[in-house]
Design a protein around this ligand. Structure first.
Ligand code: SF4
Length: 238
């Protein structure tokens, strides 16, 4: 029970807030529930499509492609692609989060994720078209230039402060005392086998753990292999 409450802490907080509001001001509580209902309805119409899109990215776009075009080494090309992806997107910003999480899991860099999210939020093409109509093309163009510069600076700053390990990407439960190689993320680069040959080897272009059990503490080499794996395919439960 406590574990569940901890896991759904925010939801529990919202329920308590509603109960409190009901006691203090019934009218406002009803209005608030109506507003929440509106957003829940909107989410229910948008999210199935979003999950379909994330499933398609997961299944059809190879990890190498995402790493090449949006990964840490994608450079200016990655920035352009990220701005483009964010700008042509449709739907509310919360729809971007599951998509970005999937891209991140498949090797996109933090920098590019920030650029996609920010472009999605503030320089979407339909938004620019309306802006030009109501506030003039000049206003729209100048705002676009400064906003894009701001997005790039923000992406750089966030990528310096937030690291992959700060983001809860892992969803698989790892058994205690085990080394897990997530096959779907492994690109068979062989880095792990070079760093920790006693623990990893490459078979059919994928890494396998020679011995998946950790005996008496994790070897430094295994830690290093986990850290250096470019796709975060190695997970260790210590
Ligand atoms: S370092 Fe990572 S991606 Fe490369 S072979 Fe090992 S597990 Fe696979």
């Amino acid at each position: 029970m406590m574990k569940r409450l901890r896991k759904n802490g925010f939801l529990a907080f919202v329920v308590i807030a509603y109960i409190g509001l009901f006691i203090i001001n019934k009218e406002k509580a009803i209005l608030s529930i109506k507003n929440s209902g509106y957003y829940i309805k909107e989410m229910l119409t948008v999210m199935p499509l979003v999950f379909l899109l994330t499933a398609l990215i997961d299944t059809w776009i190879p990890q190498e492609t995402i790493m090449d075009y949006l990964g840490d080494g994608s450079g200016v090309k990655g920035s352009f692609i990220s701005i483009f992806l964010g700008s042509i997107s449709a739907g509310p910003i919360y729809a971007a989060f599951p998509v970005c999480k999937t891209l991140l899991r498949k090797g996109a860099s933090i920098f590019n994720i920030v650029v996609i999210l920010s472009s999605w939020a503030v320089i979407k093409i339909p938004m620019l078209a309306n802006e030009a109509r109501f506030l003039s093309p000049k206003f729209m163009a100048i705002r676009w230039v400064f906003t894009t510069i701001g997005i790039i600076i923000m992406g750089y700053m966030v990528s310096k402060v937030v690291k992959r390990d700060d983001i809860p990407i892992e969803e698989e439960a790892i058994e205690h005392g085990k080394i897990l190689i997530k096959e779907e993320y492994c690109i068979g680069c062989g880095i792990c086998a070079k760093i920790a040959p006693g623990y990893f080897e490459i078979e059919n272009n994928r890494a396998i753990a020679i011995d998946e059990n950790i005996h008496g503490g994790v070897d430094d080499d295994v830690d290093k292999a986990e850290e250096k794996c470019p796709t975060r395919a190695i997970a260790i439960s210590k």
